[in-house]
Design a protein around this ligand. Structure first.
Ligand SMILES: [Zn+2]
Length: 433
């Protein structure tokens, strides 16, 4: 029952003689400290009178831990191994420089952050460092706050390391835990690990829900071995992410997209009535725009909320048939199937909330953001959405449209960042700051 680098709950009488252990929830005068999730809570509010125990409310979702529970784990010693590494693609000059630098920074025992514009091929750049760490006997986790991103990463990574029996873990995964030297998981899953990884790759490091979630930050820190290192990947670093980095973190920039074309700058379309999707003028303008775009591409429409998306879907159904139009959101039970169908281009128009902002690649796509000034659209979110356009294939005519009725700070910052990355790409400034 004692796992390497993974926490298991047990009673005091069950603590094994080998390995490490600690009390799960510690009572300190009038408050509780949980050693699994790092949360502090008030003792009096989390008391179980029947048993006289206290419990941690913050991570109860993962199985209740109390003041009489113990957490046990084992630590491992590592030895070099032979790794089957099967990747036949070619890195661009800029990617290669970063891939090599990641290995030297790791050997130097420092963290790194790769700021790579959307569509620059971030994933390929991490294969060499993963191979390096595995070959030296180390254990690697590639994680992301988003399940969709994990699902996309898993088959790509598993194909490159075919003998590693890569494990995919997330809240809805069919597979249960087993030891693997190479794990792809959501950030939440890191709560169950302890001093497990030599390298932790955090993809989409600025995405919700990781950003600002103290429990997930604690989980990331404790899942790493004491000698372990972080590698953060982002297409658009937030202020929060930049501030949370260790001072000696190596920051590497890749402004050039894989196909060499710049990120599209949005066309800003003023639409005073977007908040009411039944408004005549709004609908007229949107439909004119759709008619123009669907001639040449498939259209993704981002909506600021699920309720709004549903309303707009009903309005558009008056013009387009059910076979041309689909709506998909984060709580949609059929979302996996719908996204897969959308990628096969079964529809002309896809309405969505921000679930499709990251990690999903479509060909021949144009994008409309309705209400781009809505508070849900942060700078990172808008830049990510821009990256959906013209990501794949030969199609270069994808358009990006922001419909708005106030120029928000996020819109201004997104425009500035897109211009900066495009300028750096033109100047060929790759590989460092
Ligand atoms: Zn807890």
């Amino acid at each position: 029952m004692i796992e390497v680098g993974r926490l298991t709950r047990c009673e005091q009488s069950e603590i094994p003689s080998e390995g490490f252990n600690c009390v799960a929830v510690e009572k300190r005068t009038d408050w509780l400290l949980c050693h699994r999730c790092g949360s502090k809570s008030l003792a009096t509010s989390h008391f179980l009178p029947a048993s006289g125990k206290y419990y941690c409310p913050a991570c109860i979702h993962y199985g209740r831990l109390t003041t009489t529970d113990y957490l046990v784990w084992q630590e491992e010693t590592i030895a070099p191994r032979n790794i089957t590494y099967r990747w036949e693609g070619q890195l661009t000059v800029g990617q290669k420089k970063i891939a090599e630098k990641l290995i030297t920074v790791y050997q130097d025992k420092r963290d790194s952050l790769v700021w790579a514009v959307t569509g620059s091929g971030k994933t390929e750049m991490i294969f060499p460092i993963i191979n390096h760490v595995l070959s030296s006997g180390g254990r690697v986790a590639v994680c992301s706050p988003r399940i969709d991103v994990c699902r996309e990463l898993f088959p790509r990574i598993a194909a490159v390391f075919p003998d590693e029996n890569v494990l995919l873990l997330h809240g809805n995964s069919e597979e249960s835990y087993r030891f693997s030297n190479l794990t792809v998981c959501t950030m939440h899953q890191l709560l169950h690990f302890y001093h497990a990884f030599d390298l932790l790759v955090v993809d989409e490091a600025d995405a919700f829900p990781y950003e600002g979630d103290e429990m997930l930050h604690y989980a990331r820190k404790t899942a790493l071995k004491k000698t372990g290192r972080n590698l953060f990947l982002t297409a658009t670093p937030s202020r929060f992410l930049s501030q949370s980095l260790a001072a000696d973190t190596e920051i590497l920039k890749l402004p050039r997209r894989y196909h060499g074309r710049p990120l599209p700058l949005p066309q800003l379309i003023w639409q005073n009535h977007w908040e009411n999707c039944q408004n005549y003028f709004f609908k007229k303008q949107l439909i004119q725009l759709l008619e123009r775009l669907i001639v040449d591409s498939f259209v993704l429409i981002f909506c600021p909320s699920i309720a709004y998306m549903r309303q707009l879907y009903q309005e558009l159904l008056k013009v387009y048939g059910e076979s041309e139009l689909i709506a998909v959101h984060s709580e949609d039970p059929d979302r996996k199937l719908k996204v897969a169908n959308a990628r096969k281009r079964a529809y002309q128009i896809v309405l969505t909330t921000t679930i499709l902002e990251r990690g999903v690649t479509f060909e021949r796509v144009s994008v409309i953001v309705i209400g781009a000034n809505h508070r849900i659209y942060t700078k990172s979110c808008l830049v990510q959405i821009a990256g959906r356009v013209d990501r794949k294939g030969e199609h270069q005519n994808g358009e990006l449209v922001f419909m708005y009725n106030r120029k928000s700070g996020a819109i201004k910052e997104a425009l500035a960042e897109i211009k900066l990355m495009n300028q750096l790409a033109r100047e060929g400034e790759e590989g460092g700051m």
